[in-house]
Design a protein. Sequence first.
Length: 399
Amino acid sequence: MSNWQELEHKYYMPTFDRLPITLVRGQGATVWDDNGHQYLDFVAGWAVNSLGHCHPAVVGAVTEQVKALIHVSNSFYTIPQIKLAELLVNNSCLDRVFLCNSGTEATEGAVKLARRYGHLHLNGAYEVITATGSFHGRTLAMVSASGQPKFQKPYIPLPSGFINVEFNNIEAIKAATGSRTCAVMLEPIQGEGGVNIPGDGYLKAVLEWCRQKGLLLILDEIQTGIARTGTLFAYQQYGVEPDIMTLAKGMASGVPIGAILAKERASVFARGEHGSTFGGNPLACAAGYATVKFILDNNITQNVKEVGQYLTDGLDKLKREYRFITGVRGLGLLQAMEFDSDLAQSVVTACLDSGLLVNKLKPSAIRFMPPLIIGRKEVDEALGILDGVLSTTPGKAGG
Ligand SMILES: *Cc1c(COP(=O)(O)O)cnc(C)c1O
């Protein structure tokens, strides 16, 4: 067998901090490496494999589509694209859809849309207020939008037009608003930045402020959307309706896709003002339609609520057992566990050795984002492995 990891080190740009396994197969919430070892997957491709690995509904839809039509240009109408757009509009508070290929492309497009709106309706306003600790993607503009210096510093000078203000602080948004402001862009729950939950009333206060000032509210639901938090979109649990919303990660169970959704009044792109070669192509849309339809038809949101609560209860129990766990937070099947020191790497590695994949969120925290179709059995198995790992964490056991 080839030594794939050595070859990777030789040929691939060293941008990723990878764990030392090479994955070759997946089914449901389980993946296998090239040595035949099996792992319970609580990373799910960073909240991407909504229906788990190789779900029959997705495999079936993609197989059919790949035999019929993989790609044509957007100068033609295609059926999967239209079906997916209709499904998203009929199940959200938004009226129109633009499909693209990734999260960063969706947020970048959302900012372009807000700038068009500013040109047309807000005297040329173009600035977008975002939050510290946010993550909106990796293009230069989205690095500038993401309020995290670690992503920004390597690339200065950054595109202008973004103001990063403290998350969960409505006064900071008010203070940053000026005649140049056209929109506020937030994740309902900050995913990559730490699974940071908004305070009571924060999102409502932001929406109220946007209405008062005529600004657009953009919600980046790339991580929280498509049932991840227990409702199809997280905004439904916070009593707010965005003017623009972005989706990506979990929308097609692993086939690359992204989406910008907008209310009619904010849907101001004219012909030729935005576009994409691959965006909305039949193959990706067939996977997206199959995923979202399965989630709706099988009440997967209810499963996420129940199993998510069960996971929270289990993590809380571990928190009571081990004093070095300082916090458990999250919603639905997006959860994090915080430690009192930089234990994340060793916990992630030990879990891996015991057959469980979890994500290192930051040096002192780990994140759980399993497929949305898991049951209590998988949660029990994951908690059992985690308990075993935590109980042998050097010098840390007991409490
Ligand atoms: C992952 C993520 C992005 C970027 O998505 P990519 O597909 O990696 O470009 C943007 N916003 C949020 C909230 C995300 O979680």
